[in-house]
Design a protein around this ligand. Structure first.
Ligand code: AMP
Length: 283
């Protein structure tokens, strides 16, 4: 496994591969890797001769300084996991490599309503920071395919819009959510849950599942209300539970209003903010 810290060294290596006609898959991460991240590596390895994983805790996408400080950093272990997973290339830049003074990084995207709702309404500046770093990383890596998790469904939708706006040739591949045995979506932040809140955190996936089961019986409004009541455990504070059109991310009134429907939620479990989602309909 090749590990690069600089843009220049990485690009020299990747340009050689490209010259030899090799396809490149790319999975951007913030490290503290778990099997959710490794599923992106596996998906990329199935499609591409070379898989690049980046590890960069991007300061511009954190709306909360404490969350950035406390974000788990486990680089040694990450490298072991990536090596075991057969990842060919790891890119671990520092902030100066990503945001050098002499380069203007495009950040004038217009996401319409996509970045205004749900996460966008609660995490100011988060998506602008995310789009900035993903765009910069894509310019550096120039992959044939980009692998992102359904876990961050809104993020993936916004990246899809960004790829359109930049006329990118990179294909976006959505990888399913990897969950713990009890249903909790894997997340680097899960290790920060108290033992009690960790146990209770299954309420997110359980609620999503119950909503899916009741889809034909109740109105969307009643389902959202039902979910918010369910998620409101002691020490838990739901921020939103929305059933949306999976393309526009706009709320729908009836399940018949869209072909692709997703339920998305964000909940504070003590001091840790968890997100999860489930595809309710896709036809
Ligand atoms: P992060 O390191 O949290 O920025 O995540 C990097 C990538 O891994 C993103 O595309 C995430 O959507 C994806 N990812 C994170 N957790 C999971 C999971 N539980 N299942 C699938 N993909 C995930």
């Amino acid at each position: 496994m090749q590990v690069f810290k600089t843009v220049q060294a990485l690009q020299i290596y990747l340009n050689d591969l490209r010259k030899n006609g090799q396809q490149i898959g790319f999975a951007p991460t913030m490290g503290a890797l778990h099997s959710g991240h490794l599923s992106l590596i596996a998906a990329s390895k199935a499609d591409n001769a070379c898989t690049v994983c980046s590890i960069f805790v991007n300061p511009t996408q954190f709306d909360n300084a404490d969350d950035l400080d406390k974000y788990p950093r486990t680089t040694e272990r990450d490298l072991e996991l990536l090596s075991e997973a057969g990842c060919e290339v790891v890119f671990i830049p520092n902030a100066k490599e990503i945001y050098p003074e002499n380069i203007v990084i495009r950040n004038d995207f217009d996401f319409g309503e996509l970045d205004k709702v749900m996460e966008g309404a609660f995490r100011e500046g988060h998506f602008a920071g995310m789009a900035q770093v993903v765009n910069r990383l894509l310019e550096i890596v120039e992959p044939n395919r980009l692998y992102m998790g359904q876990k961050d469904f809104q993020q993936l939708t916004i990246v899809r819009s960004m790829l359109k706006q930049t006329n990118s040739k990179t294909e976006l591949v959505m990888c399913p959510i990897v969950r713990e045995a009890d249903g909790l979506a894997k997340s680097s932040r899960n290790v920060r849950l108290t033992p009690e809140n960790r146990q209770k955190a299954i309420v997110l996936s359980e609620t999503l599942r119950k909503v899916k089961e009741r889809l034909t019986e109740s109105s969307i409004q009643d389902l959202e209300q039902f979910a918010l009541v369910h998620l409101n455990l002691p020490n838990f504070r739901p921020e939103y539970f929305k059933v949306v059109d999976g393309i526009s991310l706009q709320e729908i009134e009836s399940i018949d209003d869209a072909d692709f429907v997703v339920a998305c939620t964000a909940v504070w479990a003590g001091e840790i903010r968890l997100i999860d989602n489930m595809i309710l309909k896709n036809n």
